[in-house]
Design a protein around this ligand. Structure first.
Ligand code: ADP
Ligand code: ZN
Length: 210
């Protein structure tokens, strides 16, 4: 299965991505996670990404596209993958289409998690993230997955959230029409329990040819 997840920040993409990747036995490739791991490790890539991430802006396509292109050549992505957070604008979507066309391995589906603006702001401002595993936590002092210490991401602070939403509306939302036109789009609501949304996602993907 070659799958892309799309949705506004706070839609729960990352959480669903982990369940779906485990279910379909494909790697979960999150560009946000890769950037944060590089930041933590102090690599040049992390240095390059930091100022953009802290402001809620997209990291330049030249950097991001190369990183994804490389990641897709890894052995574990040979039998499929789940992309989370990429593509994030139409230019990235076109680059992805071309990379996959060259390998004759086009996408099977793009799953959209739909969520209204007010709900997004409410979720992001109360979200905390685990320093150890990167998992989300709402209303807890410790990570529910690994017990690690939680913190508020620099980009989950109010003014940056506002900018991330603008960036989503202006730059990312247009890829939804792009994928609808390509006949790849499946939309589900991001409101409900984690389990209910995973079930909806799996049943929506049942009808997708692999
Ligand atoms: P979100 O919670 O908004 O889904 P992510 O963890 O996916 O957050 O991304 C965090 C930040 O990493 C983004 O605001 C952006 O600066 C950078 N980033 C992640 N993916 C991309 C991408 N495909 N293109 C450019 N920048 C990206
Ligand atoms: Zn954790």
């Amino acid at each position: 299965m070659r799958l892309v997840l799309v949705g506004p920040p706070g839609a729960g993409k990352g959480t669903q991505a982990q369940f779906l990747a485990a279910h379909y036995l494909i790697p979960h490739i999150s560009t946000g996670d890769i950037f944060r791991a590089n930041l933590k490790a102090g690599t040049p890539l992390g240095e390059q990404a930091k100022s953009f991430m802290d402001r809620g802006e997209l990291v330049p396509d030249s950097v991001t596209n190369e990183m994804v292109k490389d990641r897709l050549t890894h052995e574990d992505a040979k039998n499929g993958f789940l992309l989370d957070g990429f593509p994030r604008n139409v230019a990235q979507a076109e680059v992805l289409r071309d990379i996959l066309a060259e390998k004759k391995t086009p996408l099977h589906a793009v799953l959209e998690f739909a969520l209204g603006d007010e709900e997004i702001i409410a979720r992001l401002s109360s979200r905390r993230t685990c320093r150890d595993c990167g998992g989300p936590s709402v209303g807890l002092d410790k990570c529910p997955t690994c017990g690690g210490e939680v913190y508020q991401r620099e980009d989950d602070k109010a003014d940056v959230i506002k900018r991330r939403l603008e960036v989503y509306t202006e730059q990312t939302a247009p890829i939804i029409a792009f994928y609808r036109n390509a006949d790849l789009l499946i939309s589900i609501s991001a409101v409900g329990s984690v389990e209910a949304i995973t079930d909806q996602a799996k049943s929506a993907l049942k009808n997708v040819a692999q």
